[in-house]
Design a protein around this ligand. Structure first.
Ligand SMILES: Nc1ncnc2c1ncn2[C@@H]1O[C@H](COP(=O)(O)OP(=O)(O)OP(=O)(O)O)[C@@H](O)[C@H]1O
Ligand SMILES: [Mg+2]
Length: 454
């Protein structure tokens, strides 16, 4: 905002009106009105930032004026002036949309502070909104960042399926944004006012998972002291997100299949059938089709889930998103840590783009956070990168692009992370932004041996 904020002063008493106007003209553009209807005329013609209005005036009072003004311009900041002893009315005014109130006679210093505060928070709000709108329209939706053709395709599908009730299966490696996409589908859907209920299937035993999903009756099993609603019921009218659906075992698979087919189920230990209107979104980092072929996942459930499939490509398969994501998280963590780091040096950017990101966006996010916290300079350079990122391209830190395949680089990154953590797999997995389980799988796939220090 380069121009001065525009303040409208409304008071039937000439002295107050002119006195305030004189004081405020130093820092603001000021208009005055001697009645509610004169004020409404001005508001219909000029975009006023703050209206400062007396509460008690002949004709239209301040409260009515404020309500009419807000109906026409909801962004308007209203500050009411009230005689001492009329605090109750002032509180009522706040309830109806006033931002603040001041008692008369007005203390000019206090008025100046209030104005600074409301204008600052208003500006922050506007900027935030504009930033979100810009980001949303240009680079993605609902905080999901990406300008690669692959992600643009994902955004198109998300927009299309959000409108329907279709079951969606989201597949992608750990950290590619599956949960983010599930939430976006919910928020863009007509069910957005209903609940979004996530269930992390891998974390629960099958008995617990069943009662978590479908609820139970009092006394259904030891410890079931009360009747309890399940997540299917809680998500009625909203969306149920089954995360890591590849991990659930056959007995629960059957029950989910039936709930999907019939849109009804019984609580554990119950007779009564419960009808629900729940939209199911499922996610997995496993290859479900392969699991079907191996007899580990029910084929009929697979096809029920696979009405719409969204595949989230690994970050190394859409490297053109990397600079944008780096910039995005740099802004986020600058803000969070009160830093003002401007960007990345070209060699740092090269290394960050070449790195295979086994933990995908989650790992990238963690790395940027770490660098923002630790970096001492205004620009992040190769020196500031974590060792396993810096050296994944070659032990001397100089990256020869085209020299190492992605697979070799990933191997290298894993070995380095293990070395840095003295072989502690939990810590190494943390560093890489992947789960312990994924790390185990990768170690097995790459066939690391004792010789490698694993
Ligand atoms: N495209 C993206 N834009 C912005 N942030 C992202 C994007 N993708 C992922 N993230 C962020 O990365 C982190 C991991 O995302 P999310 O939890 O959705 O991944 P996931 O695929 O569900 O991973 P997991 O399989 O490990 O559960 C979150 O902090 C999320 O906000
Ligand atoms: Mg997840």
């Amino acid at each position: 905002m380069n121009t001065k904020p525009l303040i409208l002063i409304v008071d039937d008493e000439k002295n107050t009106r002119e006195g305030l106007a004189r004081a405020l003209r130093r820092s603001y553009e000021v208009l005055v009105a001697e009645s509610g209807s004169a004020a409404l005329n001005i508001l219909s013609e000029r975009p006023v930032d703050v209206m400062l209005s007396d509460l008690r005036m002949p004709g239209m009072d301040g409260m009515t004026l404020m309500q009419r003004a807000l109906a026409g311009s909801p962004q308007l900041v209203c500050i009411l002036l009230t005689a001492y002893g009329n605090i109750e009315t002032a509180v009522e005014a706040m309830r109806r949309g006033a931002t603040d109130f001041l008692t008369k006679p007005v203390n000019l210093e206090q008025l100046e502070l209030v104005l600074q505060r409301v204008l600052r928070s208003r500006r922050a709000e506007t900027e935030n909104r504009q930033l979100h709108e810009q980001l949303d329209s240009k680079f993605g939706i609902e905080n999901i960042i990406g300008n690669s053709p692959e992600m643009q395709q994902v955004f198109d599908t998300v927009r299309q399926v959000a409108a329907s009730r279709a079951t969606v299966l989201i597949q992608g490696e750990s950290g590619t944004g599956k949960e983010l996409v599930a939430k976006a589908i919910h928020r863009l859907s007509p069910r957005k006012h209903g609940a979004f209920i996530p269930v992390h299937c891998a974390a629960l035993s099958s008995t617990l998972l069943e009662s978590e999903l479908f609820g139970h009756e009092k006394g259904a099993f030891t410890g079931a002291a009360e009747r309890r609603k399940g997540r299917f019921e809680l998500a009625d009218g909203g969306s149920l997100f089954l995360d890591e659906i590849g991990e659930i075992d056959a007995s629960v698979q059957v029950k989910i299949l039936r709930a999907l087919e019939e849109r009804r189920f019984e609580r554990v230990g119950g007779q009564e059938s419960i009808d629900v209107d729940t939209r199911l979104i499922a996610a997995t980092n496993r290859d479900l089709k392969k699991m079907v072929a191996e007899g580990k996942f029910r084929e009929d459930l697979y096809y029920r889930l696979y009405v719409v499939m969204i595949h989230l490509p690994a970050l190394r398969e859409r490297k053109s998103d990397i600079p944008l994501l780096l910039k995005h998280f740099l802004t986020v963590f600058n803000q969070e840590n009160g830093r003002t780091i401007e960007g990345f040096s070209p060699d740092a950017l090269d290394l960050l783009t070449a790195y295979p990101w086994p933990g995908n966006v989650r790992e990238l996010r963690n790395v940027v956070e770490q660098m923002v916290v630790l970096s001492r300079s205004q620009r992040i350079s190769a020196r500031d990168l974590p060792v396993h990122v810096r050296e994944a391209g070659g032990p001397d830190g100089t990256l020869q692009t085209g020299n190492g395949t992605l697979e070799e680089m990933e191997k290298q990154a894993i070995l380095l992370a293990l070395k840095e953590t003295g072989g502690n797999r939990t810590h190494a997995a943390d560093k890489l932004g992947i789960s312990r389980r994924t790390l185990h799988r990768k170690i097995a796939t790459y066939g690391f041996t004792e010789v490698d220090g694993v």
